[in-house]
Design a protein around this ligand. Sequence first.
Ligand code: NAP
Length: 343
Amino acid sequence: MKIAENVSLKNLNTFKIGGNARYFCEIFSVNDIKVALKFAKEKKLPIFILGGGSNVLISDDGFYGLVIKNSILGLELSELEDDKNIVLLKAGAGENWDDLVQFCVEKSLYGLENLSAIPGTVGASPVQNIGAYGAEVKDCIKKVFAINIDTLEEKIFENIECQFAYRNSFFKTKEGRRFIITAVIFKLSRKAEINFNYKDIKEYFEKEGIKNPSLKELREAVILIRAQKLPDLKKFGTAGSYFKNAIISKEKFIELKTQYPLLPEFSVGVDMVKVPTAWILDSICSLKGFKLGNVGLYEKQPLVFVNYGNGTAEEIISLEKKVGNTVFEKTGIKIESEVEKII
Ligand code: NAP
């Protein structure tokens, strides 16, 4: 394994923004991680773990430390002794997420299909508990393998220990950031119902006249719907949704609903409500398509920030502040970014 110096990070993240890593290495095994961590310890360097770079914003000044690109590969299928309908799939953290979903669909394994076409790696999927079209990865995760940065020991986290929540997990906490994910075991099913109740998917199949879509048809539908709404990574820099949806109290929701009668709502537990931040940005703040220098809010989905070319991290942060302040002035809601920052 080679540790390189002054490596540009711009083309290693989907925002296409950021300066150089003082040190950079790509790791392909657990042993490589240990070598990299020893190097960082000796030189007293901070470390940053990079997967597909699809959910990060990197400073224009780069990162004065060691960036470790996690490229651990490998797919292993096994069956449960007592239930032949359940299949376990162990995947290396560096595997491409969507290739994994495609692999599952080709093998007729149910569970991950609604999460088709999400950019990034397997190792990043538990960190923010990726979710789309009514599915969250937490429902298919059995175990997460990780290395403790301080002790170099391996720890296997059971699903419950991962503390999964909406776009959140233990791996986002201060303590959780001390672990590097090396592999994930997914629990998939040979026999399952397809979940196509999410509005856009349901409408798609109604239009196509398909009553009982197959696993492959569902994946194709998700890929098509996403392509219509989200920017093409080949054309624009983006990290997908920049903000989380807002979770507010019922009381606050009722107050806002009198002012904005069309405000959509999705119940979260007994007394909290999720309101789509995209709707607030569009219908309340009129920010859809808003541009600030070289960056802006995507015209088809305002939750998504876009780098139209030569955008900087500074511009993205200014846009985040501008958007956050506008939402707060109009609604009293403090929206949170879901993008990880090395600033
Ligand atoms: P959409 O269908 O326009 O809906 C807007 C928001 O309303 C979504 O964010 C969704 O929350 C919420 N919502 C809609 N139907 C819901 C239901 N039946 N139950 C609970 N919540 C519901 O959303 P979109 O922008 O086209 O995105 C479609 C899906 O892909 C969403 O699930 C979205 O989260 C996901 N996605 C994620 C990213 C990312 O970077 N993280 C990027 C693009 C799309 P949820 O977000 O909680 O589902």
